[in-house]
Design a protein around this ligand. Structure first.
Ligand code: AMP
Length: 192
């Protein structure tokens, strides 16, 4: 089963993907994690995307599609969870084509719904927690970048809601519930 967790930054996609990896043996593909890894290991691509990411803007479709293509080639027995990808219609089309080339398809797209103020509070809180734990906060977890990330979401990613609805693949969950409540809702969707 291949699924997309769709939602704005701070909606809880990474947390829920982690749970699905542990409970269902699925493989999480987070383009954000892949890009941060490239950034911290100082690869040419990492250097190119660092500034764009820190500002909160989207990196090019070409780069993220390339990252996903590589990972899809490795396959996943329990299926893939796409977390933070696709974020544009071009990426969504590319994903459909890449899966079709492998004789696979997308089974479900789960939209995680959370209001903006909660998102900003969660992300700014996540940064404060990291600092309190002696870790480095994400460079884009500050209020200015979060506002840009939200605007990028509404302009470029939210159109995917209509796109997947039209394909009959969309379900939604209330992302404001507790982590366990959201897990329950997602589990129910995947088991129907
Ligand atoms: P995330 O960890 O998903 O919040 O992603 C962090 C940042 O990485 C985003 O703000 C973008 O700059 C970049 N990024 C992650 N995934 C994508 C994607 N699918 N398309 C474009 N940029 C992305």
């Amino acid at each position: 089963m291949n699924i997309i967790l769709l939602g704005p930054p701070g909606a809880g996609k990474g947390t829920q993907a982690g749970h699905l990896v542990a409970s269902r043996g699925m493989v999480q593909l987070s383009t954000g994690d892949m890009l941060r890894e490239a950034k911290s290991s100082g690869t040419e691509m990492g250097k190119r995307v660092a500034e764009v990411m820190d500002k909160g803007e989207l990196v090019t479709d070409e780069i993220v599609i390339g990252l996903i293509r590589e990972k899809l080639e490795q396959g996943a027995e329990g299926g893939f969870i796409f977390d933070g990808f696709p974020r544009t219609l071009a990426q969504a089309d590319a994903l459909g084509e890449l899966l079709a080339e492998k004789g696979e398809k997308l089974d479900t797209v789960i939209e995680m719904q959370v209001d903006d103020e909660t998102l900003v509070q969660r992300i700014v809180g996540r940064a404060a927690e990291a600092v309190a734990a002696g870790k480095e906060a994400r460079a884009d977890d500050n209020e200015a970048s979060v506002r840009i990330r939200l605007m990028e979401y509404y302009k470029k990613t939210a159109p995917l809601i209509g796109y997947y609805h039209a394909k009959g693949l969309l379900s939604d969950v209330d992302g404001l519930g507790s982590i366990e409540a959201v897990q329950g809702e997602i589990g129910a969707i995947l088991d129907t």
